[in-house]
Design a protein around this ligand. Structure first.
Ligand code: WQD
Length: 332
């Protein structure tokens, strides 16, 4: 009989919700705190249908000390995955102070509570964005970090908070996971990447074009130094990504370690569009426009550390990422 529970901050988001499904039967309770700034209650109901009664939701901001204290008093929380935060790069450039408060300051408050409650297993949801413009490829965890936008700086600030804290250095097993480009959806089609408002990332935008909510995909630049001139990224299936989280939770060595979660393979925007069209038999009209500021030619991971240390390898194909992403939209 499992007695321990896990807390997922921002657990109704794209990655958090898929992690909750992957952790079913691993914990007595899966406790989510989420302010619903980027999710809706329907997502919770669909998630509950997959996870069951062990899923518990607290609708609140992680800066709500009384709610966080209540969570630790009411549940035997033994592990925490910290997803909560704002993640739109473009928005972070317009509202840097809001991003600093919601991402960095709120996390500082959260970490004080985790230390007070002697949490010894923590995963921080970081991002390959911290690497900025690659100095070399494939990017390994030793690559220097240099933010090229406030969102990326927020992630670096939080990582530094962790690195500089003796509690995390000595008394806690902390895994910092730097995600490359997660796309796709749970094979049931009940949950997927369903951001509120205008999406920023390419797959939710492709899906809006596929459903004809958007007329065409605007491809940001076709003059990059790549095989077809469009930007190359390391797309990883969300189901692979969350399996990486499960393996990171099981890695219990005290101290702080960083893992890239990517496939090690790069695909261009046109590769992604062509694959999506072939797999789903859906046309994706597009046109080329000017580059988006801050974008780089190519980004892809060196995934070796996660493979050798966690036994984790992302194996799902770009075809399955495109199939599952569309399957989610068709079932919405
Ligand atoms: C992918 C490719 C674009 C939209 C972002 C952020 C960060 C991280 C991953 C969380 C690029 C091109 C996109 C469009 C396009 N997530 N594109 N037209 O920029 O690699 O990384 O997501 O930490 O949020 O760093 O992802 O999906 O925005 O772009 O041509 O309408 O698609 O130029 O080449 P990105 P993306």
């Amino acid at each position: 009989m499992r007695t321990e529970s896990i807390l997922l901050t921002g657990g109704l988001g794209f990655i958090g919700s898929h992690t909750a499904v992957a952790l079913k039967n691993h914990f007595k309770q899966i406790v989510i705190i989420d302010d619903l700034s980027n999710s809706v209650m329907n997502n919770y109901y669909r998630l509950k249908s997959l996870v069951g009664d062990c899923l518990i939701l607290y609708k609140a901001d992680i800066a709500s000390q009384n709610v966080i204290d209540k969570i630790f008093l009411s549940h035997n929380i033994k592990a925490v995955i910290h997803y909560a935060g704002l993640k739109a790069v473009g928005e972070s450039i317009i509202f840097p102070a809001k991003y600093y408060y919601k991402n960095v300051y709120s996390t500082k408050l959260l970490f004080e509570v985790l230390k007070k409650n002697k949490i010894t297993n923590l995963i921080f949801s970081s991002s390959a964005t911290v690497y900025g413009k690659p100095l070399y490829l494939a990017i390994d965890e030793s690559h220097p970090v240099k933010a090229i936008n406030p969102y990326g700086q927020n992630k670096i600030d939080i990582e530094q908070m962790i690195f500089n804290d003796p509690y995390f250095q000595e008394q806690c097993s902390v895994k910092i996971l730097r995600y490359f480009n997660p796309i796709g959806a749970h094979p049931s089609g009940l949950i997927g990447d369903d951001p509120k408002g205008i999406p920023n990332n390419i797959m939710p935008i492709i899906l809006k074009v596929a459903t004809q909510e958007h007329q065409e995909l605007k491809i940001f630049g076709n003059d990059y130094q790549t095989h077809d001139g469009t930007g190359i990224r390391d797309y990883i299936h969300i189901m692979d990504l969350v399996e990486g989280h499960v393996k990171a939770l099981d890695y219990n060595k005290k101290g702080i370690i960083v893992f890239n979660l990517g496939t090690g393979k790069g695909f261009s925007v046109l590769d992604l569009i062509n694959t999506f069209q072939e797999v789903n038999k859906v046309k994706i009209p597009y046109s080329f426009v000017e580059r988006r500021s801050g974008d780089v030619d190519m980004v892809f991971a060196n995934p070796d550390r996660a493979k050798t240390t966690l036994g984790f390898e992302a194996l799902r194909s770009l075809q399955s990422m495109c199939f599952d992403a569309w399957n989610f939209v068709k079932k919405k």
